[in-house]
Ligand binder design. Structure first.
Ligand code: ZN
Length: 72
């Protein structure tokens, strides 16, 4: 654990909510594109709290070309 709250703040690409990617259960579509937990779940994502990971990824194919082609 380390403090990096400032640079870890990202916007949910769907609803625009500001999320702390590391502390909240955001789903990383790419390095720069995130979904908040609510949006990810609404898109069919299933989060495994016990193992701290997404067991079923949300559907993100409609979000942006970036989602399918990570440029970095
Ligand atoms: Zn959202």
């Amino acid at each position: 654990m380390h403090r990096s709250e400032d640079r870890e703040l990202v916007d949910c690409i769907d609803c625009g909510a500001t999320i702390a990617a590391e502390r909240e259960r955001a789903f990383a579509v790419t390095d720069d594109v995130y979904l908040c937990l609510d949006c990810a779940v609404r898109r069919g994502g299933v989060y495994d709290e016990l193992h701290d990971r997404w067991v079923t990824p949300p559907k993100v194919s409609d979000l942006s070309p970036q989602a399918n082609a990570v440029a970095r």
